[in-house]
Design a protein around this ligand. Structure first.
Ligand code: SAM
Ligand code: SF4
Length: 334
């Protein structure tokens, strides 16, 4: 292994999130427009290129890989990639291989994911009401996702539910969602909606439900104990004293996590985003395709990490979406 990746603020980069496709079988209203134009195939990294790129990062000290998208499990042949990454788990270089999915394809793939060494997965789900699920995802079916979650649990995967907190949409389901996760022995994390992309049909400020308000609602009924536990990411956790359940809050709009940020994001075209909230990007596809030797690629990765910014500029406080990003979450994978 070569020298580890350390950024200018002395943060070790040990976590890579990889978007393996920009496509999806859903069209969640806060993520995509109804008529998306997806990238032409030749723009995408092949599965072999993804393998080489991720393996290079692993060789440089990345210990955790999260596979995301778009919907990662709709990419054709994606299990070949999971199988390839499992060799790094076996060698001990990689500590965790995981996936963030909408759950629609889990009935097909859960057992194979488990066989590839995946132990925990995140499933995104915002409501337990079938009609509301159909409305928010436009194309999704709740029963298919619930069946997928069941398949994941049958395969021995630990499931965490990610729920985007949406004002006027799932506020009333807060306790139902929490109770369902407790019953199914799944962790639950709420995500604050981010000003991503210009979807044309949605006013993001209207949907914004600050997690401090959500937390206050929970605290009306339960005693919340703050947990010290951090994952190097934007999540904070509490334990509900009465039930023992753990609940996470991801507040990407506050700066409270940047100082411990250990991650970078790779898009399906080989662009490396050093910060979710900044436009700065490094092209890794060119050095990847220019030479079969990894030296140029490693140099490009180090140069990119040397530019990782201290933090991001999101700010809702003045009721304008300052620092709004023009790219969609499905591009960087959230
Ligand atoms: N398709 C997979 C899924 O839905 O889990 C993986 C990709 S999706 C872009 C990753 C996460 O980003 C999901 O949990 C989704 O809810 C979240 N997300 C998408 N758009 C968002 C937004 N504007 N604000 C906050 N979270 C968002
Ligand atoms: Fe697809 Fe995930 Fe975006 Fe929904 S949030 S449209 S499931 S990529």
């Amino acid at each position: 292994m070569t020298a580890p990746l350390i950024d200018p603020f002395a943060r070790a980069i040990s976590y890579l999130r990889v978007s393996v496709t920009d496509r999806c079988d859903f069209r969640c209203v806060y993520c995509m427009s109804e008529n998306m134009t997806f990238l032409p195939k030749k723009e995408l990294l092949t599965l072999e290129e993804l393998d080489r790129l991720c393996s290079t990062f692993v060789g440089m000290g990345v210990e955790k890989l999260r596979i995301t998208g778009g919907e990662p499990l709709v990419r054709r042949g994606i299990m070949t990639f999971f199988r390839a990454m499992s060799r790094h788990l076996e060698s001990g270089a990689l500590r965790e291989l995981t996936v963030t999915t909408n759950g629609s394809q889990l009935r097909r793939f859960a057992a194979e994911l488990a066989d590839c060494g995946v132990r925990r997965i995140n499933v995104s789900l915002d409501t337990l009401v079938p009609e509301k699920f159909a409305a928010i995802t436009r194309w999704g079916r709740l029963d298919q996702v619930l069946d997928g979650i069941r398949a994941a649990q049958e395969a021995g995967l630990r499931v965490k539910i990610n729920t985007v907190a949406l004002k006027g949409f799932n506020e009333e389901e807060l306790f139902d969602l929490a109770a369902w996760c407790a019953r199914e022995d799944m962790d639950l994390t709420f995500i604050e909606v981010m000003p991503m992309g210009d979807l044309g049909n949605e006013d993001r400020l209207d949907q914004y439900w600050p997690l401090r308000d959500l937390r206050a609602r929970l605290a009306e009924r339960f005693t919340l104990l703050d947990l010290a536990e951090r994952t190097g990411g934007p999540a904070r956790y509490v334990r509900i004293e009465e039930t023992g359940q753990k609940i996470g809050f991801i507040t990407p709009l506050t700066h409270n996590f940047c100082e411990s940020c250990n991650r970078v994001r790779l898009t399906c075209t080989g662009e490396l985003y050093m910060c979710l909230g900044q436009e700065d990007v490094a092209d890794l596809r060119a050095p990847l395709r220019a030479s079969a030797d990894d030296a140029a690629l490693e140099g490009a990765i180090r140069a990119a990490i040397a530019r990782k910014p201290k933090g991001h500029d999101f700010d809702y406080s003045r009721q304008v979406v300052a620092g709004k990003m023009s790219r969609h979450m499905s591009h960087t994978g959230g």
